[in-house]
Design a protein around this ligand. Structure first.
Ligand SMILES: C[S@@+](CC[C@H](N)C(=O)[O-])C[C@H]1O[C@@H](n2cnc3c(N)ncnc32)[C@H](O)[C@@H]1O
Length: 263
């Protein structure tokens, strides 16, 4: 396989002027978009078709969502490389056991990737939405970026897919948009919501009751829109006030559209 070499690599501008160097592979962070494979970029497809390894994060025993999106383009188990998180929601993210297990997980994955990259093979890490927006890819990028060429392929974010499908423009005129992880404490959510014109609240899961209360406290519950699995199979969209329960899967978010200047 030739690998993906048709865009200049980061840091490769002066290659011609230097003595012959060891050829390493490139680390790609590939934005897979919000779920529907129609929202993959041309560049993402090109990298998926040609990289030596296709890496995706997943829960142990499950297929990652980013890998499912890629099924529309490539089905090649020989190139597939699953990275199963040691924990997902079993422990709070500030628990010392969780932090050290995750650090070890990323260190070990980075070491295995370094072996492949050092041998000249391209490694593409599949990232839901955009790789640089709350992406696990960033933890590997941080460990490898100073040793190997890197290309990040931007993707359509989940929130962009969600407000598109909900038919709700998110910001008008001078509206300020605040993106909030639902994992924040209730008081912080309420304060940030009270200060903003528009909001996106991500990582809902079991935090939906807290989010609902914070929106009510900020006087925003009436405009809040709940989107589950935006652009994907099983998509559900409703006014949050009309949603009768507080069940929310991992792929869900709340949108609070701005109401700024509309001449
Ligand atoms: C770790 S963040 C990853 C964000 C991703 N890198 C992006 O650019 O959208 C995961 C959160 O994104 C949100 N999300 C991403 N895609 C979504 C979709 N298609 N529908 C609903 N929520 C989505 C959910 O709130 C989920 O908990």
């Amino acid at each position: 396989m030739d690998g993906v070499t048709d865009l200049p690599r980061a840091g490769a501008a002066e290659e011609g002027a230097r003595p012959a160097a060891v050829v390493t592979g490139t680390l790609y962070g590939v934005g897979m978009g919000p779920g529907n494979p129609d929202y993959l970029t041309v560049r993402a497809v090109r990298v998926l078709e040609r990289a030596h390894h296709l890496v995706h994060f997943c829960k142990a025993g499950r297929r990652g969502n980013a890998r499912t999106i890629a099924d529309a383009v490539v089905q090649d188990p020989a190139r597939e490389w699953a990275l199963a998180y040691p924990y997902t929601t079993e422990l709070p993210p500030d628990d010392a056991t969780y932090v050290s297990a995750l650090a070890r997980f990323y260190d070990e994955a980075a070491a295995r990737m370094a072996d492949e990259l050092g041998a000249g093979r391209d490694v593409a890490i599949l990232s839901e939405g955009d790789p640089f927006f709350y992406g696990s890819f960033m933890h590997l990028w941080r460990r490898l970026k100073d040793r190997f060429p890197v290309e990040v392929v931007p993707g359509v974010t989940g929130m962009s897919g969600c407000w598109t499908r909900a038919g709700t423009p998110i910001t008008w005129g001078d509206d300020v948009l605040t993106v909030l992880p639902a994992t924040l404490p209730a008081a912080v959510l309420a304060r940030r919501l009270a200060e903003t014109d528009a909001a996106v609240i991500m990582k809902l899961g079991r935090h939906l009751p807290k989010v609902r209360a914070a929106l009510a406290e900020a006087g925003l519950l009436g405009r809040a829109v709940y989107v589950e699995r935006g652009t994907m199979a099983g998509e559900r969209i409703a006014l949050l006030a009309d949603k009768p329960d507080d069940q929310a899967p991992y792929f869900s978010m709340v949108l609070v559209p701005g109401e700024g200047r509309r001449p």
